[in-house]
Ligand binder design. Structure first.
Ligand SMILES: N[C@@H](CCC(=O)N[C@@H](CS)C(=O)NCC(=O)O)C(=O)O
Length: 334
């Protein structure tokens, strides 16, 4: 191979290059290198966007792209002519095929690293109550991550969450709460994003990209502060003998309309990929459905809900979420 730098340079004249030509060569060499790396990075990113279930590790992406870009350039020079013969289709096919093979190999190496992400030392304890919506969201997330909890039921109906022992763990006396080898955390959405960050094989469910993550966070906070809260405000007082309140119902309908608008030209709530924000909002939707609140005229919501349930079904959607919401709804006083 000799000097790789000189091999990356397109030399079309036979005469030795003068100084100015040498400088141009260097500039061209750098430009070509950047273009090669970008080209392969784009191919890789497009592929990942199309198949979000595929394992990936964005941490490795930039170094992998540089390696791939270099390989691309070496391939461009593999016949020793130091240039890609763009007018020869066979030549181009050879390059594309070999590039693809090498790209797949590098990608698989990255996946092997991603799969070996660490597991908790001992099983994480989950303090939960089976009908609690935020507990259901945490359990679905854990299933998607392949995390097996040590489940500790805290019966809210008999006041187990108010015992001195539980208050020592969580003075705010809410479920879900986790104990990950001494690390205590409550608030379901914080738990879900922690589990993904600490134990996810990749960042699919909570992407590291700043703008995508910002949208996921916005949706999670919309669910916490508005969507779930409005469902809760309408139905929870009814468990204590309150009446169905039309004003509160209108507020919940407004939140559903907003969700419908978020889903305009989006497959999932924060973009084209399924994320933790979808899990959180699916659980709220499951309650809405179980309590018979009308939403079927909202086409985007209906399609997204069906699509998301299909993704969650292999991870216990029916048992963990749907069945529990039905138990809750069945206990709503007439
Ligand atoms: N925003 C919290 C809500 C937690 C919450 O209020 N959980 C309820 C059960 S659904 C609870 O523990 N209630 C008992 C209490 O607040 O004393 C989360 O998402 O985790």
């Amino acid at each position: 191979m000799g000097n790789t730098k000189s091999k990356k340079v397109k030399i079309s004249q036979n005469e030795p290059p003068n100084n100015e030509e040498k400088n141009n060569e260097r500039i061209n060499s750098i430009k070509t290198e950047i273009a090669g790396a970008d080209l392969i990075r784009n191919i890789k990113d497009d592929g990942e966007d199309l198949d979000q279930n595929k394992d990936r590790d964005h941490d490795n992406a930039s170094s992998a792209s540089t390696v791939e870009g270099t390989i691309f350039l070496l391939l461009a020079n593999w016949d020793g002519s130091n240039r890609i013969e763009r007018d020869k289709p066979d030549e181009i096919m050879k390059i594309v095929t070999l590039t693809c093979i090498i790209f797949i190999f590098i990608n698989e190496m990255g996946n092997a690293v991603a799969r070996s992400k660490k597991q908790p030392a001992d099983k994480i304890k989950l303090y939960y109550f089976f009908i609690s919506p935020p507990c259901r969201a945490v359990m679905l997330t854990a299933r998607m991550l392949g995390i097996e909890f040590e489940l500790i039921s805290v019966n809210l109906l008999t006041g187990e969450h108010l015992t001195p022992e539980y208050l020592k763990i969580n003075p705010q006396h809410t479920v879900p709460t986790i104990d990950d080898n001494g690390f205590i955390l409550w608030e379901s959405r914080a738990i879900m994003t922690y589990l993904i960050s600490a134990y996810g094989k990749n960042d699919d469910l909570y992407p590291k990209n700043a703008r995508i993550r910002a949208l996921v966070d916005q949706r999670l906070q919309f669910d916490l502060a508005t969507f779930f809260t409005r469902w809760h405000a309408l139905y929870m007082p009814m468990f204590m003998g309150g009446e169905y309140d039309d004003e509160k119902a209108a507020k919940l309908k407004e939140a559903l309309d907003w969700l419908n608008a978020f889903l305009d030209s989006r497959v999932f709530v924060a973009g084209d990929n399924f994320t933790v924000a979808d899990i959180s909002m699916v659980v709220t939707m499951t309650n809405i459905q179980a309590f018979g609140f009308e939403y079927k005229e909202l086409e985007n919501v209906v399609k997204w809900f069906e699509r998301s349930k299909k993704i969650l079904e292999p991870y216990g959607y029916k048992e963990i979420d749907e069945a529990a919401a039905e138990v809750l709804a069945a206990n709503l006083p007439e």
